[in-house]
Design a protein around this ligand. Structure first.
Ligand SMILES: N[C@@H](Cc1ccc(O)cc1)C(=O)O
Length: 518
C-alpha cells in the first residue's frame, strides 16, 4: 500500500455539495489529480450554516446533546460541565490517537478525505463552513494525514483512523506533504493555513463515520472491475493456447441463462476468439476454461449492487447524532454502522479470490504437458539438448499457487467477527474496515496471479504458433504484442521477478483498454 499519487492537482475539479458523488469521482481525485470545489450554490452554504446554528442554539438553551455535553459512547451518562464543553472534542481526537499497523497510502488517504468531506456536506452533521474549507485545503494541497490502518471495528465509525484526519485539521500529529513526513502544524503554517479550533460537535462529526472503509471500498471496486475484464482476455488467450472450443462462449448458449454480467463476460471472451475455427481437441474443455464466464460473471454481476451500496454509503450522513437542518430535529442513532460496506467487501473479496483460483487453474492446465495439448512441459521455450536444464514457468506457477492460497485464506468474512467492545455500548459492530482491507490484499494477490497468467498465456500462444497456424483476433494480437514488449519469449531460464512486478504495475494503472468500446 504505498503507491504515490499524482501530487499536482490538475485544474479539473469535482464539486462537493448538493449532488451525488460517484465512485469514479472519488477515484478522479484520489488517483487522477483532480481538485475538489465546494458547491457555490447559496442554498448549500445556508444549509451547512443552518445546521451549525441550530446546534449552537440548542446548547444555549441547555439542551442535552450526546457527545457535545455528555461523555462519549458508554460514557454518555456523564454530563460535561459547561466550562469544559469546548475542550471535549480535542480529547476525542487525542484519546483515539492509538492506531497501529501500516499507514494508508496516498491514494487511500485522499479517498478518505473526500468521503468524509462529502458526508459532512450532506448538512446533517452541524459542522461549520470553515471546517469543510479546511478539508478541501487538505485535499487540494495534498496534505495527507499519516493514518494507521488498524484499530477500527467499523461501527463507531472509523473513529481511530479518522482521529488522524481530525488531528491534521487542528494542526496535530504528522502529515505527508510533498513526499515528506512532517508535523501537521508546520505544513499548515507554511501554507498560511490556520489550524481549526473544533466546535463542540465537530470532533464527532469528523470521526464518527464510515469514511475509511468507504474510501477503501471505492478503490477496491475499481480494481475488481478492471481485473474481471482482464480475466476475460486471459481466458480467451488460455483457450487459444490450449486449442479450446470457442463454442463454450456462444451468445446463443448464454441467452438461455440470463445473468447479465455472465453474459457480458461470455460475449467478451467470444469476441476475443477468432471465428476461423481451430481444430478442437476436446469437445468440452475443462471447467476453468468452459465455466470461466460463470466464475467471472459473479464479480461482474455483483459489481452492480456493490456500486449501489458503496455510493449510497458515500452519499450518506453517517455520523451521530444528526441535526436535521430542515426541521431542527436532533436525531440520535447509529449511522456510523458500516454493515453495507462490510457485506460488500466480504463478498467482493470472495468473488475476486475466485478469479485468482480460476486463473491459477488455467495456469495449471497450461504448464502441464498432460493437459496442455502438445505444448512443452512448464511452457519452456528451450529445445534440443538445452531443454533438459530449462524449467520455464515451473517456479512462477508455484508462486501463483502460493498467491492464490493466500487470497483464498483471506476470504473468511470479517463481518461475522463482531466483538462486543467499549463496555458493551458497541456490542454489535460491522468490521467493515477490516473487510475492505482484506479485499484490497486479495486484489493485490489476484493481480499477481493475473501477471503470471499474462506471461504464461503469451508464452503458450507463441509456442503454439511455432507448431501451427494460430488464428488471433486483432485485439488479442495487439495485446500479446504489447505484453511481449515488456517480457520476451522465455527460452533460457531467467529471473522473472522484475517482469512480474512490472505487469502488476501495468494492471494497477489499467494500462490496457479492455473492451472499453462497450
Ligand atoms: N459512536 C458512538 C460515539 C463514540 C465516540 C467515541 C468513542 O470513544 C466511543 C463511542 C456513538 O455515536 O454512540
Amino acid at each position: 500500500m504505498n503507491k504515490p499519487v499524482n501530487l499536482s492537482a490538475t485544474s479539473a475539479s469535482v464539486t462537493i455539495g448538493q449532488r451525488q458523488l460517484t465512485i469514479q469521482e472519488v477515484l478522479q481525485i484520489a488517483r487522477g489529480g483532480h481538485a475538489v470545489t465546494l458547491s457555490t450554490e447559496p442554498a448549500f452554504r445556508q444549509r451547512i450554516e443552518q445546521g451549525a446554528n441550530l446546534l449552537a442554539g440548542l446548547l444555549e438553551n441547555n439542551g442535552s446533546v450526546y457527545g457535545v455535553n455528555t461523555g462519549y459512547g458508554d460514557s454518555c451518562t456523564v454530563n460535561i460541565p459547561p466550562e469544559l464543553v469546548a475542550e471535549l472534542p480535542l480529547h476525542l481526537t487525542r484519546y483515539h490517537g492509538c492506531g497501529l499497523g501500516a499507514y494508508l497510502d496516498d491514494e487511500a488517504t485522499l479517498a478518505v478525505l473526500v468521503c468524509r468531506l462529502n458526508s459532512l456536506a450532506r448538512g446533517y452533521s452541524a459542522v461549520r463552513w470553515p471546517l469543510l474549507e479546511q478539508l478541501t485545503h487538505l485535499i487540494n494541497h495534498r496534505i495527507l494525514p499519516q493514518i494507521p490502518e488498524e484499530g477500527s471495528v467499523g461501527a463507531s465509525g472509523d473513529l481511530t483512523p479518522l482521529s488522524y484526519v481530525a488531528a491534521a485539521l487542528v494542526g496535530e500529529r504528522e502529515v505527508r506533504y510533498r513526499g515528506r513526513l512532517q508535523p501537521a502544524a508546520d505544513v499548515l503554517q507554511s501554507l498560511q493555513l490556520s489550524p481549526i479550533k473544533l466546535a463542540p460537535k465537530e470532533g464527532l462529526a469528523i470521526m464518527n463515520g464510515t469514511a475509511v472503509m468507504t474510501a477503501l471500498a471505492c478503490l477496491a471496486w475499481q480494481r475488481a472491475e478492471y481485473l474481471s475484464r482482464l480475466c476475460c482476455r486471459l481466458t480467451a488467450m488460455a483457450s487459444v493456447a490450449l486449442l479450446g472450443n470457442r463454442g463454450h462462449f456462444n451468445p446463443r448458449l448464454f441467452a438461455a441463462k440470463p445473468h447479465a454480467g455472465q453474459n457480458q463476460a461470455a460475449a467478451w471472451i467470444f469476441a476475443d476468439l477468432s471465428d476461423e475455427s481451430n481444430a478442437v481437441i476436446r469437445l468440452q474443455d475443462r471447467y476453468s476454461i468452459r465455466c470461466a464466464p460463470h466464475v467471472i460473471g459473479i464479480t461482474r454481476d455483483a459489481l452492480g449492487w456493490m456500486q449501489r451500496d458503496i455510493e449510497n454509503e458515500l452519499n450518506s450522513a453517517n455520523d451521530n447524532p444528526l441535526i436535521d437542518p430542515d426541521t431542527g430535529e436532533l436525531l440520535h442513532g447509529g449511522h456510523f454502522y458500516g454493515g453495507h460496506i462490510a457485506f460488500a467487501m466480504d463478498s467482493l473479496k470472495n468473488a475476486v479470490a475466485n478469479l485468482a483460483d480460476l486463473m491459477d487453474r488455467q495456469l495449471a492446465l497450461l504448464v502441464d504437458s498432460r493437459y496442455n495439448h502438445g505444448l512443452s512441459q512448464n511452457l519452456s521455450g528451450s529445445q534440443g539438448e538445452r531443454a533438459a536444464i530449462n524449467h520455464g514457468f515451473k517456479a512462477v506457477q508455484i508462486g501463483a499457487s502460493a498467491w492464490t492460497a493466500e487470497a483464498l485464506k483471506l476470504t473468511m468474512p470479517a463481518s461475522v467477527f463482531s466483538r462486543s467492545t467499549e463496555c458493551h455500548n458497541q456490542d454489535k459492530v460491522s468490521m467493515g474496515t477490516i473487510a475492505a482491507r482484506d479485499c484490497l490484499r486479495v486484489l493485490t494477490l489476484t493481480e499477481q496471479v493475473a501477471s503470471a497468467l499474462i506471461m504464461a498465456t503469451c508464452q503458450g500462444i507463441a509456442l503454439r504458433q511455432q507448431q501451427q497456424a494460430t488464428p488471433l483476433t486483432a485485439e488479442v494480437a495487439a495485446f500479446i504484442k504489447q505484453c511481449q514488449s515488456h517480457s520476451a519469449f522465455l527460452d533460457e531460464d531467467r529471473p522473472l521477478e522484475a517482469e512480474l512486478r512490472h505487469f502488476c504495475e501495468l494492471i494497477r494503472n489499467e494500462h490496457w483498454e479492455l473492451y472499453s468500446h462497450e
